[in-house]
Design a binder for this molecule. Structure first.
Ligand code: FPP
Ligand code: MG
Length: 298
C-alpha cells in the first residue's frame, strides 16, 4: 500500500500545477518511508490514512531538504543532495512548497490529526535549532542530547504513530510511546553508524558528525572515560577536519573503551521496549519494524 502513498504525494505535487516543482520532486530519492509504513500498519489503508501518510512524508522530505542546506550536506542517500544539484535557494523553496502543501492537505483530515502532526513540526524545528546551537560547543550532557534527538527525530515518528492511532480508534498514548522509542533508537543508531560505517555505505564521509561539531552519544560516553590529556585532545579535534591519524585515534579510543557497544545497548533497550509494547498489543508487524531497525549492519 506504500505505492498508494507515493501516488497520493505525486497527486498533491501535480495539483500545484508547476512543471519545475514536478521535475524537482521527481529528482528526490524516496528513502525508506518509515513514517508512512508505520501509519499504514497501525491504521490500514483508507483514504484519510493514505493522505496522512502522504502529508507526513512530504513534511519529512521538506525537513531533509532544509537539513541538507543547514548541514552543508552534498549527499543524501548516497546521491547528490538537491542543494548540491540546484543550490540552496532551490532546495529551501522546494522544502517550503512541500511543507505548505502538506499543511494545507492536513486541514482536510481531522482536527486531532492536524494538531498532532503540526505540533511535531514545531518540535522538529526546535530540535534542529538545538542541534545547530549544540554544534558550536562540545556538548557533554547526555540529557541535552536526548532532548535534542527527541525533538529533531522522534517527535515526527511519535506523531505519525499517534495520528494513525487516532484514525484507527486505537489507544493513542501506547502508539506514541512506541513511536517515541523507535525514533530515539533510530537516531541513536544513525549517530553510531556515522562512526562505524565507511564513507561509501554512509553516503557521506565517516565521522562527519564530529567534524560538523556534533557530539553524539558515543562522543559523550567516550569523553567520560578518557584521561585528562586525552579529553583535551578530543576537545581540540571537535569541529575540525580530521587527518587520517586523528580519525584512527578517535576510532581506536572508541574501540578500546567499547563505546559503540555501550551506545548500541542504549538504543537496543529503547527498541526492545517498543517491541515488547507492540507484542503486548497484538501488533507483530509493528514489533517487526522495530526489530529490523536494531538488526541493521554495524
Ligand atoms: C536530520 O538530522 C534532520 C531532521 C530529522 C530534522 C530536520 C528539521 C528541520 C530542518 C526543521 C523542520 C523544517 C520543515 C520544513 C518541516 P541529521 O542531520 O542528524 O541526519 P542526516 O544524517 O539524515 O542528515
Ligand atoms: Mg543532516
Amino acid at each position: 500500500m506504500l505505492s498508494a502513498v507515493e501516488r497520493k504525494i505525486e497527486q498533491f505535487v501535480a495539483e500545484l500545477n508547476d512543471k519545475e516543482v514536478t521535475a524537482l520532486y521527481a529528482k528526490l530519492p524516496h528513502g525508506k518511508r518509515l513514517r508512512a509504513k508505520l501509519i499504514l500498519k497501525i491504521a490500514g489503508a483508507s483514504l484519510s490514512v493514505i493522505k496522512t501518510a502522504a502529508v507526513v512524508e512530504m513534511i519529512h522530505a521538506a525537513s531533509l531538504l532544509h537539513d541538507d542546506v543547514i548541514d552543508d550536506a552534498y549527499t543524501r542517500r548516497s546521491k547528490p543532495s538537491l542543494n548540491a544539484l540546484y543550490g540552496n535557494k532551490t532546495a529551501i523553496m522546494l522544502g517550503d512548497i512541500l511543507y505548505s502543501k502538506g499543511f494545507f492537505e492536513l486541514n482536510n483530515i481531522s482536527a486531532d490529526v492536524a494538531k498532532t502532526v503540526s505540533n511535531a513540526v514545531t518540535q522538529l524545528s526546535l530540535g534542529e535549532l538545538k542541534d545547530v546551537s549544540l554544534s558550536n560547543a562540545f556538548n557533554l550532557d547526555r540529557e541535552v542530547y536526548l532532548e535534542m534527538i527527541y525533538q529533531k527525530t522522534a517527535s515526527l515518528i511519535e506523531a505519525s504513530a499517534g495520528a494513525a492511532a487516532l484514525l484507527a480508534g486505537k489507544p493513542k498514548e501506547v502508539y506514541m510511546t512506541y513511536g517515541r522509542n523507535l525514533g530515539l533508537g533510530f537516531q541513536m543508531i544513525d549517530d553510531i553508524l556515522d562512526i562505524t560505517s565507511d564513507a561509501e555505505t554512509l553516503g557521506k564521509p565517516a565521522l562527519h558528525d564530529f567534524v560538523e561539531g556534533k557530539t553524539t552519544l558515543p562522543y559523550i560516553y567516550l569523553y567520560e572515560v578518557l584521561n585528562a590529556q586525552e579529553k583535551e585532545k578530543l576537545e581540540a579535534l571537535h569541529g575540525k577536519v580530521l587527518s587520517k591519524e586523528e580519525q584512527t585515534w578517535i576510532l581506536g579510543q572508541m574501540k578500546a573503551h567499547k563505546i559503540v557497544e555501550k551506545s548500541y545497548m542504549e538504543a537496543k533497550v529503547l527498541i526492545d521496549e517498543a517491541i515488547a509494547l507492540m507484542d503486548a498489543h497484538g501488533e507483530p508487524s509493528l514489533s517487526g519494524i522495530a526489530r529490523e531497525m536494531i538488526e541493521r549492519d554495524f
